[in-house]
Design a protein around this ligand. Structure first.
Ligand code: IMP
Length: 204
């Protein structure tokens, strides 16, 4: 049975500053009541190893880990970019695709190189995926997912957002996520879609 979030405290279970900023904005714009948000920075916990084989498995794994070790309800996200011409890569390996965790400049360069080498031609279709997991200390889990489709465009354009935003043009748009304001991106993003579903499922 679906469980409603009735607690007053919620841990945002991510070390990714881009995701934290987006979660805070989503919360401020859409959350129906006041909740005290906690950060993983307040704890000296090493991040768990992401051993799942899907976005959903990794989101669940992270939410479980942080909830168990903090005693708080934890909200974790696992997300990434899947490129059709590359068989869905980088997918769950998006954050490490450039070699070093979070090096998005290197990751976008590697992607451009991989697409130049592959047999497909532009437009290069891709989608951002997001899985959210909300875990209670007793182990109960609620999950949602969100996706946004689009195409990739090189060279990167725009300075907003994070990760692959400067090369991703969402369907029906001419500007990359990197060229949009945070509010414009939020209205179209995979994370917003997953969050909207979670809010309806557990917070209203
Ligand atoms: P995770 O922390 O393992 O979920 O890694 C997610 C990675 O996917 C990030 O480090 C980014 O490289 C990429 N990613 C996920 N969501 C977005 C987004 O909204 N914009 C751009 N890149 C994203």
């Amino acid at each position: 049975m679906t469980r409603h979030f009735v607690e007053n405290d919620l841990l945002i279970a991510t070390h990714n500053q881009g995701k934290i900023a987006e979660f805070l904005q989503l919360y401020q714009l859409h959350c129906p009541r006041t909740i005290t948000l906690h950060s993983t920075k307040d704890y000296t916990l090493p991040p768990p190893e992401e051993t799942g084989t899907s976005f959903l498995e990794n989101a669940i794994l992270k939410a479980r880990y942080y909830s168990k070790h903090t005693g708080l309800v934890a909200l974790a996200d696992d997300s990434g970019l899947a490129v059709t011409a590359l068989g869905g890569a980088p997918g769950i390996y998006s954050s490490r695709y450039g070699g070093k965790e979070g090096d998005s400049k290197a990751a976008m360069e590697k992607l451009q190189h991989a697409l130049a080498e592959c047999s497909s031609t532009p437009p290069f279709h891709a989608a951002f995926h997001c899985a959210l997991a909300l875990c209670w200390p007793d182990g109960h889990i609620e999950t949602t997912t969100g996706t946004v489709g689009g195409t990739l465009r090189f060279p990167p354009s725009g300075l907003s957002g994070f990760g692959y935003d400067p090369i991703f043009i969402p369907q029906g748009e001419t500007r990359s996520f990197g060229e949009m304001s945070s509010v414009e991106k939020q209205a179209r993003s995979h994370r917003f879609r997953a969050m909207q579903q979670l809010l309806q499922q557990c917070f209203y």
